[in-house]
Design a protein around this ligand. Structure first.
Ligand SMILES: [Zn+2]
Length: 479
């Protein structure tokens, strides 16, 4: 349902990203941010519909590749939390502890991540090589008592609509193959669904998830010039299997620990998509995840009502029957206000039909992304699907170009700060030495390095030691 009472709200300039972002979330009907619990928000129907497109897509993707959905309880027993001491040290300050009834004894923690809930059970399920691989995922909430400033979908205390894949394998080689499959999943979600470039880097091991031996991390550059970590695929090696006792006997009776992979992401997908594509009028949705792809606005004139309604209904029927998501706005308000409402909600195409269009057997189409206005013959409606595909591709192309223009190369340490003050990402070649990494990343407070490129073809001078570096290092302000 579309909210009938949506206000005629003027969206603030995107220049002030923080204000703009909060206003768009609420005006477009994504979230209600007034829930009286810091860092927790209400998903509104329109927002949830967009999120459902993403969820349905990953459900389909994972199931097609034999990764099965599972569900573990949200409360993790305290004894599970403490199995991996390093993990518990990292998360205990952010944990929500659970007490029940009048008993003050802490019974468990609301899950901050999936590992302590899932891995003790994996340890029970894995006995022999025949029990492997285990390939499962769940879509859940995670809870973290964040002390930094919270921001909807970017830093929440309840991280909702979050998927986690956790797999166990008998060999290192098999696990590494699995990791690359997860990278493909994340690339696909970014590029094909969200129309965002998959900005993927390889993390130095000291920057990985606690205990991981390697990771591919994804980042999004937000309009305020800060990068946001946006999904990761982690190679856990055998470290977690050793902590949780996930081991098996091979054919010869020899015992070995499982090789493990985990991947996760969720609402941040949406945060990046909204921030990247939106403008001063509100959201701009990529057609593939738009709950409404086309909105039809009848322009009613006295005496011509019936012809206009009939034509609008007919167009709706034809588009719907070809599998498109269409809404006919029948509200008794001015067309101008309807235009505004659907612009805020980012609907990719708007069709206007009035008496003149009925007479000429045509309609006026306005594309939200390009703002282009065209007139189309009603019997050409078959081409609308192609038009939506083109919008989806153009959005990705624009976003790729923008990222490319935002990455500024330097081999001079002194230039790094200025690049970031300019809301850009500094890129440099790096010698691979941890000391140089720390020196470059910690050059200025509040800036963060975020890993090395996996596709580095070139080489250049490391800005810290002047030796030749073959790895790309990016540095930006970060969330
Ligand atoms: Zn160096």
């Amino acid at each position: 349902m579309v909210r009938e009472d949506s206000t005629y709200e003027v969206i603030k300039s995107k220049e002030d990203f923080s204000e703009w972002y909060n206003q768009v979330l609420s005006a477009a009907g994504i979230l209600d941010t007034s829930y009286d619990m810091k860092g927790m928000f209400v998903w509104m129907p329109y927002g949830l519909k967009i999120m459902k497109f993403l969820r349905n897509e990953w459900d389909k993707l994972f199931n097609e590749h034999g990764i099965e959905e599972v569900y573990f309880p949200q409360i993790v027993p305290m004894k599970y939390c403490k199995i991996n001491k390093a993990w518990w040290e990292g998360f205990k300050e952010e944990g929500y502890k659970v007490i029940a009834g009048s008993d003050d004894k802490v019974q468990g923690a609301l899950r901050p991540t999936g590992e302590p809930a899932i891995y003790p059970l994996y340890a029970q399920w894995v006995r022999t090589r025949n029990d492997l691989p285990i390939r499962m995922y769940e879509t859940v909430s995670s809870f973290r008592y964040e002390t930094k400033q919270t921001r909807p979908l970017i830093r929440d205390r309840e991280i909702t609509n979050w998927f986690e894949i956790h797999t166990c394998h008998a060999t290192k080689k098999e696990a590494e193959k699995e990791l690359l499959l997860h990278v493909k999943f994340l690339d696909y979600m970014f590029e094909e669904m969200l129309a965002l470039p998959a900005f993927r880097v390889n993390k130095p091991v000291w920057e990985c998830f606690p205990g991981a031996v390697g990771a591919y991390e994804y980042y999004s550059l937000l309009p305020d010039g800060k990068v946001m970590e946006n999904g990761s695929a982690n190679n856990l090696g055998q470290a977690y299997a050793k902590k949780f006792g996930i081991k098996f006997k091979d054919e010869k009776g020899k015992e070995d620990y499982a090789w493990m992979i985990c991947t996760g992401n969720g609402g941040r997908f949406l945060a990046a998509m909204i921030s990247e594509h939106g403008d001063n009028k509100g959201l701009i949705l990529p057609p593939r995840i738009a709950p409404i792809q086309i909105v039809i606005i009848p322009i009613i004139f006295k005496g011509k009502e019936q012809q206009v309604w009939e034509a609008a209904e007919k167009v709706k029927k034809e588009l719907t029957s070809s599998g498109l998501r269409v809404h006919l706005d029948a509200r008794d308000i001015t067309p101008g206000r309807k235009f505004n409402d659907w612009e805020v909600k980012g609907v990719p195409l708007r069709m206007e039909i009035g008496p003149r269009e009925v007479e000429n057997k045509e309609l006026v189409i306005r594309a939200r992304f390009s703002d282009a206005k065209t007139t189309m013959k009603i019997n050409d409606l078959k081409s609308i699907g192609k038009m939506l595909d083109k919008i989806q591709n153009d959005m990705l192309d624009k976003s790729r170009e923008k990222l490319k223009d935002s990455i500024i190369f330097t081999n001079n340490k002194k230039e790094i700060k200025g690049i970031m003050e300019n809301k850009k990402i500094a890129k440099m070649y790096w010698c691979g030495n941890q000391k140089c990494y720390n020196a470059l990343v910690n050059l200025n407070e509040g800036y963060e390095g975020f890993g090395t490129s996996i596709n580095s073809k070139g080489s250049g001078k490391c800005p810290n030691c002047n030796k030749t570096g073959h790895e790309e290092l990016f540095i930006a302000k970060s969330y």
